[in-house]
Design a protein around this ligand. Sequence first.
Ligand code: MTE
Ligand code: MO
Length: 526
Amino acid sequence: MQDVTTKRTALTRAASAGVSGLLAGFAALAAAELVAAAVRPEAGPITAVGGAAIDLTPAPVKDWAIRSFGTNDKLVLQLGIVSVLVLFALALGLLALRHRRIGAAGVLVFGVVGTVAAVSRPDSQSWTDALPSLIGALIGSAVLYLLIGALTPAPVDGREPDTGRDRRAFLIAASAAAVASAGVGTLGRSLTARHGKDAVASRTAVLLPRPASAAAAIPPDAQLRVPGMKPFTTPNKDFYRVDTALVVPKVDATAWRLRIHGKGVQRPLTLTFQELLNRELIERDITLTCVSNEVGGPYVGNARWIGVRLADLLREAGVKPPSRGGRADQLVARSVDGMTLGTPVDAVMDGRDAMLALGMNGEPLPFDHGFPVRMVVPGLYGFVSACKWIEDIELTTFDDYDPYWVKRGWAREAPIKTQSRIDTPKPFARPGAGTVMIAGVAWAQHRGIDRVEVRVDDGPWRRADLAAQHTVDTWRQWSLPWKATSGNHTLSVRATDRAGEIQTEKRAKTVPDGASGWHTVVVEVE
Ligand SMILES: Nc1nc2c(c(=O)[nH]1)N[C@H]1C(S)=C(S)[C@@H](COP(=O)(O)O)O[C@H]1N2
Ligand SMILES: [Mo]
């Protein structure tokens, strides 16, 4: 009888210790959230540790995460961090049951991890970024110490512990901790939300002026009317998103400044958003592509951008292109969240429509796509050109500085490779025998697509019908009617750019400068 009670007490105590650990973790995160709202939302432990984890992840793993989880990669990471924290919180609770002080001190260790992550983030500009994790950990540690203290001391031989009274004391303490943490966390959340309100208001207030140089009208036959084809212009809500930002930066355009400075800059510039809006604007259709896009992949999209020609600004600042004796050959764009991207100065100044974009498909840039201002350079992969939430442009050299992705094994220079994709039929589709439309897109930004060919199994390459090439900076749709016979067939596609280069068959992985190879789709004709 005595034995059963002791066992049950031991179990209850272990469960209570586990709950104490979880509550301590909850209290720590809630307190950190509140402090972060006051200091800087991005300095919160989950965001800081998550950001550090992203930066420390080896390029191939990161690339795999982008490929497998797409835009959900960050959600998966955050869920991963929370699961790890839950396991450690349970463990620390159990540890604290035996060694109350050591368990409580264990919470502080997590505080140190969060602190180190927060102050070493590239966008951290002040030691105060340490505060959310530090204060959170102190509170979590205290909560664990107190809750474990409210548990019965281990039953001493020969004496019945007053389990009823102690359980009540623990329940009261635990509920108080839970309620207080929930309150503090909610307050933190709502303060953070308010933080973004100025940014939202500044975006709502933007009226995009009529561009001085409008985009050419898209020829109606640039868009094929084939079921399964993607629209020629990708709507903003469907536009792929690839970046390292766990929290999308919410920048208040009225407080935003862009600095242009560095090597060979005779007149450094500081520009406001309004000053950019007041300048002569160009409007262009430009297709962006991510270097992490696998053959046949979805990380390519076409939008109509409005912005300021970057070469004009550089010339105003007194920058000369390296090919004409300029001293800087690399333009390093830096974002508000500390991302750096390096672009060849020659590419920006060679006459192509490289721009600081302020608008995307008729509206101010969506926050996800870089509000208030981002760079767009036709012909270059996003990681060497398309800096979102930009705030600084520094002229330097490729010898002197390696930006973020280059430090992680990606190429310094990365023009977009000629690629083509079959959008219909889908892999393993089962069309009926007879005429089947094979169709898709091809892109070779800034060179243009000259020819697309399709092959069925090992048959001859046949020229596809090309939709109109809107500009050399946009993708191009194509189609080919095929007399399908029943059985399994492999469809392959390859494009030739206007420089006469045939898309290579050679398979390459995305790292370091973009995937190559032919896209193939297997179908089962019924
Ligand atoms: N600040 C910032 N800008 C960034 C990135 C980033 O991680 N941070 N990613 C780049 C990459 S790799 C690509 S492909 C494009 C994607 O732009 P999108 O998300 O608007 O499609 O943004 C580029 N600009
Ligand atoms: Mo990318």
